[in-house]
Design a binder for this molecule. Structure first.
Ligand code: GLP
Length: 268
């Protein structure tokens, strides 16, 4: 593993996503254990998609074999498609139960996922209530993030503003075509989603963002330009004081090698 920093972001580069995912699951495990030992709850912001699957697998193993308990864990999911039924195979609600929640001892009343089935008129209130709930729990302790090939975080597509909050958004054509296979065609792929905003994400105390594979390399390379730009929403992470970016070699493949040499590399 190689680690280096650029501006506020601390990078950890692993040989592959398995090792990177092990590292992230240990971070989450320590967050939960640390809070449990202080009798405090842990407030986690959770991501979906292919990127965190191995992280969740490892957490389930830790729950089964090492007694990791989710009894004092509260979770807020980043986003959900709209419209979508929670029971749909492609909903993030379904994803979270299948990939984590049904395998651990989390209390269902501590699970918050944007509702993809609301009447359109009820969406603004729902989004505001979601933001308030996060505040009520004292804010998110650790936000897990993936990144889209176009640099989106959550479903904050290019053009999203730094002060955006939880809201209904229209999905980018690229995001929809990336998801089209799962939905059996672009016509069946939702056009909208409800997502935490950039501001909501940046309010988390710690952020851990993961990127695996060459399809993420261009978005990651944008973090090495001076500019913070809504063309690449991931660059807003530079505004946060405590971000860890966990990469595999492919996702790091477009980082300028000169940059890596100039930095204070630590090889472990
Ligand atoms: C999806 C999700 C994001 C996710 C990203 C990457 O559209 N809304 O939260 O991080 O795109 O997905 P994947 O991990 O499958 O590459």
């Amino acid at each position: 593993m190689v680690e280096f920093s650029n501006e506020n972001i601390h990078f950890r580069l692993f040989k592959n996503k398995g090792l990177g995912s092990d590292y992230i699951s240990e971070l989450i495990n320590s967050e939960i254990d640390g809070n449990n030992s202080l009798s405090k709850s842990s407030v986690l912001g959770l991501a979906t998609g292919s990127s965190p699957k191995k992280v969740y697998e490892k957490l389930i193993t830790n729950h089964n074999k090492e007694g990791l308990s989710f009894r004092n864990v509260v979770t807020f999911n980043l986003d959900e498609y709209y419209p979508i039924e929670p029971e749909s195979q492609n909903s993030y609600h379904h994803y979270m139960y299948e990939n984590l929640f049904k395998h651990v001892d989390i209390d269902p009343k501590n699970i918050y996922i944007p509702n993809g089935m609301l009447d359109p008129d009820d969406i603004p209130n729902h989004c505001e209530a979601f933001e308030h709930k996060i505040e009520e729990f004292g804010g998110i302790d650790l936000q897990l993030l993936g990144v889209g090939g176009n640099g989106h975080i959550g479903f904050n597509e290019p053009g999203s503003k730094i002060n955006s909050k939880t809201r209904l958004v229209q999905l980018d054509h690229k995001t929809r075509s990336d998801a089209a296979e799962k939905f059996r065609g672009l016509n069946n792929t939702p056009e909208y989603a409800i997502t935490m905003g950039i501001k909501t994400i940046l309010k988390a105390k710690k952020i851990v963002c993961m990127a695996w594979g060459t399809s993420k390399a261009e978005a990651i390379s944008q973090l090495f330009n001076k500019e913070i730009t809504d063309k690449w929403p991931i660059t807003f992470l530079k505004e946060h004081p405590q971000v860890e970016l966990v990469l595999d070699e492919e996702a790091a493949s477009l980082i300028d090698p000169d940059f890596l040499k100039k930095e204070d590399l630590v090889n472990k």
